[in-house]
Design a protein around this ligand. Structure first.
Ligand code: 9Z3
Length: 327
């Protein structure tokens, strides 16, 4: 293939089945499938509700031997904070996240202004200790993390590329389908709408000697469709809709709900996502926000989102409808 010329495939969008037939699964898929199956079986036997959280952005390579790529924005805050809230409410969590994005509990330390070593100190005997300033909150966080891990409540799975994400999403939703209505799918990952199919991708690093680079990206097949109707048909499915134009948010979120037929879309704007979201169901629309006092106290909006979803899920588990008090 000539450098700098990524061929256009016209307007056609391939269907999800074709995507899986023409792309190779990630090397660690079997290993994670096995872990997820055991996790789901364990909690299925105990009647524990399980939530699959997707978190972080997907990466789309421009070259097969990847030097350059396109990324979707997401720090992973929504997913990581939500995981903590679900765990606090007795849910088992499969946390499928972009590698090196925020993780529940660790997030308090890994991506802070401090470097990792700033949390440590050497005592008089030259032994390493947690700096006294951070010890109380770290002890509390570590206890929660250990509780989740020791009780087998948290399974961590990472992904990097779009393809990695899609194969794992399909596989885990199918594994979780055995839980029926006790499963919840919380799709907060920022997933690319565009990609370069393998057969059109440059093998080697695209060279700059030919001047400007023109890229043509294909549309990613609409995976929510088979996810809702086939892979995860009985669970409660919650997807997120991200927009930057406020006029588009509610109509696009409702359009997604109608197109895919799942239960809840949570709309959020890039600039205000940490303080306001809109819950959209077939017959309701409701804004959840943090007021100034809550913002001043560093309340996280996920502490409102997750209990609201748990209420919906309770109704869903009991009789397969949402019947929220907020209809
Ligand atoms: C979201 O909208 C998430 O809430 C954010 C969270 C990515 C904004 P952070 O990780 O941000 O806390 O920094 N996720 C869904 C984004 C997305 O790609 N949605 C697709 C769309 O909008 C539908 S699946 O078309």
């Amino acid at each position: 293939m000539p450098d700098n010329q990524l061929l256009d495939n016209g307007q056609g969008v391939i269907d999800p089945d074709t995507y899986f037939e023409t792309n190779s699964p990630p090397a660690n898929l079997n290993e994670y499938d096995q872990k997820a199956s055991e996790f789901v079986k364990y909690h299925g036997a105990r009647g524990t509700p399980v939530v699959l959280i997707t978190s972080g952005g997907t990466m789309v390579p421009l070259e097969n031997q990847t030097v350059r790529f396109i990324d979707n924005f997401s720090a992973g805050t929504r997913g990581a904070v939500s995981a903590e809230k679900f765990l606090e409410n007795g849910y088992a969590v499969i946390f499928m996240h972009r590698q090196f994005s925020l993780q529940p509990y660790s997030r308090h330390y890994t991506h802070s202004a401090n470097g990792f070593l700033d949390y440590m100190t050497l005592n008089d005997e030259g032994k390493i200790e947690v700096n006294a300033k951070y010890a109380p909150s770290m002890t509390e966080t570590l206890a929660k993390y250990n509780k989740a891990r020791n009780n087998n409540m948290l399974l961590l799975v990472d992904f990097v590329t779009l393809s990695d994400y899609l194969f794992k999403l399909k596989s885990f939703t199918r594994i979780m389908a055995t839980l029926g209505r006790s499963a919840m799918y919380y799709l907060a990952a920022a997933v690319s709408d565009f990609f370069i199919p393998v057969e059109k991708m440059a093998e080697h690093k695209i060279q700059s000697r030919d001047g400007a680079l023109t890229l043509t990206l294909d549309q990613v097949p609409k995976f929510l469709k088979p996810l809702v109707s086939v892979w995860a048909s009985n669970g409660l499915i919650v997807s997120f809709k991200l927009e930057t134009d406020g006029n588009l948010l509610a109509p696009k979120a409702r359009q997604a709900l109608e197109k895919y037929g799942h239960q809840i879309v949570i709309g959020n704007m890039l600039s205000t996502r940490k303080r306001t979201v809109t819950f959209i169901t077939q017959d309701s629309e409701r804004v959840l926000s943090l007021d100034q006092e809550e913002l001043d106290k560093d309340v996280e909006i996920e502490s409102k989102i997750v209990p609201e979803l748990i209420r919906y899920h309770r109704a869903w588990r009991n009789h397969g409808t949402l019947d929220s008090p907020y209809k």
